[in-house]
Design a protein. Structure first.
Ligand SMILES: [Zn+2]
Ligand SMILES: [Zn+2]
Length: 206
């Protein structure tokens, strides 16, 4: 899952790679006896396995995964997890509850604190019982996964998360764009490394 991107600095620029090379790609010095100006460290992997995050709101690409298939926020699919990590999602097949591996690489938008867990599960159950989540009600534009999750969040009345859920635009701006933007940096780095093995950043980068 985590491809394990490593970052180090030897003679100046930051170097990113999947595993430490024998020699520095910048100055060619032997790295086994080198003095690093920044010791090699693992770049934090931004994605999570949804089932490990109870009472959470999560997104993933509608098809495929972030690292290989994600291009823009237009094709993101959103779901929530219960207090036991079961995924609940609404799509063209209707409402589904499951624990399958399709949500193994997603972004965590927010997670309720433990005192909220019972209220979270009860509210979710209540929203799931509404008659508008059958497959025949699904509409890609107007009645989709966002409709379900935002309806749930508004009913939940959980601080800023529920406030932002009043409109899809506000919700995207506050909760989705910041996550996809920072994950986007990791994704493009991963794809560069897959093509060329390492990547050198001449200017300082985060
Ligand atoms: Zn070097
Ligand atoms: Zn969707």
């Amino acid at each position: 899952m985590d491809p394990g991107i490593v970052c180090f600095q030897h003679c100046g620029p930051k170097v990113f790679c999947f595993s430490l090379p024998e020699s520095c790609p910048v100055c060619k010095a032997d790295l086994s006896e080198a003095n690093f100006s920044l010791l090699p460290f693992r770049v934090p992997y931004p994605f999570v396995r949804a089932s490990q995050y109870p009472c959470a709101v999560v997104i993933k690409p509608t098809s495929g995964d972030f690292l290989n298939d994600y291009y823009n926020s237009m094709d993101l699919h959103i779901g929530v997890t219960t207090s036991t990590g079961t995924i609940v999602e609404f799509d063209k097949n209707g409402l589904r509850r499951h624990r399958n591996g399709q949500w193994g690489q997603c972004l965590l938008l927010d997670q309720a604190t433990s005192p909220w867990r019972e209220h979270w599960d009860n509210t979710l159950l209540q929203v799931c019982k509404q008659k508008c989540w059958f497959a025949r009600n699904y509409n890609e534009e107007r009645h989709n996964c966002y409709t379900f999750v935002l309806t749930f969040l508004r009913t939940l009345d959980y601080g800023n998360l529920s406030k932002a859920a009043s409109s899809r635009t506000i919700f995207c701006e506050k909760f989705i764009v910041p996550r996809t933007t920072s994950a986007g940096k990791y994704i493009s780095l991963y794809r560069k490394l897959k093509d060329s093995g390492f990547c050198v950043h001449k200017t300082a980068c985060k």
